[in-house]
Design a protein around this ligand. Structure first.
Ligand code: AMP
Ligand code: MG
Length: 324
């Protein structure tokens, strides 16, 4: 299969119309959102949804997120929708918040990997919203990477992983957020964040007017977010979390290894400046991809106070470090 590249920076209308045509015909298409690139398929087309699992090499028990363009479309994919959903939607839609609801019986079970729940979000991206609207139905769209690789934040990342395996990718430039959405389950007595993202626990608590828990990530026999049981992406390089520049300098002197990436959001001492890349949620996945492509042996990440206070960024960094 040849993967069409549809340039939405030059001609958004043509790209959106072609993407919608392919999606309606049961194909899968990569497209930009503000968080990361998604791999879209029509939610009610079981065969198309199956193609997503195949193209990504995704385990069958890892559920997908449904993307809508209008809040009222939630009733096409979910049932018994609690009032909390509408309060969160009013504050955060469109945006980087995914909400877990009860699955509508019209939605094929494969979408939720057999669960009776469904994850729903409205992306804050004109191209993504245009494609959903033009297709005329909600789209499932997991991150458009091969399973086990970092989420893609550019059309080139999607091609690097899926060229020849998907019908098309819409190029809408780089993602502005760069990490996946916050996921909150509002079905229990206490709402629970099952994946941290740029929308924080405090922001959700303020809107709901009650305490919100954060899932600790501890393995249980009944994982709350099934995807969590899979070993997350980890770069080939050894990832080390560092507390200070002096610790980094010590490491560098101990082992003067030229194939090293240092990530920091603080100004580096002069002798390290050439090895330092800016640490931010927007660039973390492209830096991990670069480290793999360049065969870096070691990635040192300076966990400054601001980095440690960024729950979503720390979550992704810790996962990358725990695999090595
Ligand atoms: P992504 O590849 O970024 O789209 O991630 C999808 C992730 O959303 C999955 O790995 C799960 O952790 C989570 N998710 C999707 N649907 C559900 C659901 N019904 N219940 C709990 N978590 C879900
Ligand atoms: Mg993913």
């Amino acid at each position: 299969m040849t993967t069409e590249v549809l340039d939405a920076c030059i001609s958004p209308k043509i790209a959106i119309a072609r993407a919608a045509e392919l999606l309606r015909a049961g194909e899968v298409v990569g497209f930009p959102t503000e968080t990361v690139y998604g791999l879209g398929a029509c939610v009610f087309n079981e065969g198309a949804v199956r193609k997503i699992y195949t193209a990504k090499g995704r385990p069958q028990d890892n559920p997908l997120i449904v993307h809508i363009a209008e809040t009222h479309d939630v009733s096409r994919v979910a049932r018994d929708i609690p009032d909390e959903f509408y309060r969160l939607a009013e504050s955060f839609f469109p945006g980087a918040l995914t909400i877990i609801l009860r699955r509508h019986s019209d939605v094929p079970a494969i979408v939720s990997a057999g669960l009776d729940t469904i994850a729903v979000r409205m992306p804050a991206h004109d191209i993504a919203l245009g494609i959903i609207t033009a297709t005329g139905e909600p789209l499932v769209a997991p991150s458009a990477n091969r399973s086990g690789k970092p989420s893609p934040t550019s059309a080139q990342h999607v091609l690097d992983d899926l060229n020849g395996k998907i019908a098309a990718v819409v190029d809408g430039g780089k993602c502005s957020v760069g990490i996946e959405s916050t996921i909150v389950n509002i079905l229990g007595e206490t709402p629970m964040i099952v994946r941290p993202g740029v929308i924080t626990q405090e922001e959700i608590e303020r809107v709901l007017g009650k305490n919100v828990a954060i899932y600790s990530g501890q393995e249980t026999t009944q994982p709350i977010a099934p995807g969590m049981k899979y070993r997350h992406y980890a770069p080939q390089a050894t990832v080390k979390l560092m507390a200070s520049w002096s610790e980094i300098l010590e490491e560098v002197h101990k082992n003067p290894n030229p194939k090293r990436m240092i990530l920091s959001n603080e100004k580096a001492p002069p002798e390290l400046q050439s090895q330092v890349y800016l640490l931010s949620p927007t660039t973390i996945y492209s830096d991990f991809r670069l480290a793999d492509a360049e065969n870096f042996r070691e990635i040192l990440i300076l966990c400054s106070d601001t980095v440690q206070n960024n729950v979503a960024l720390m979550n992704r960094i810790s996962k990358a470090a725990s695999g090595t």
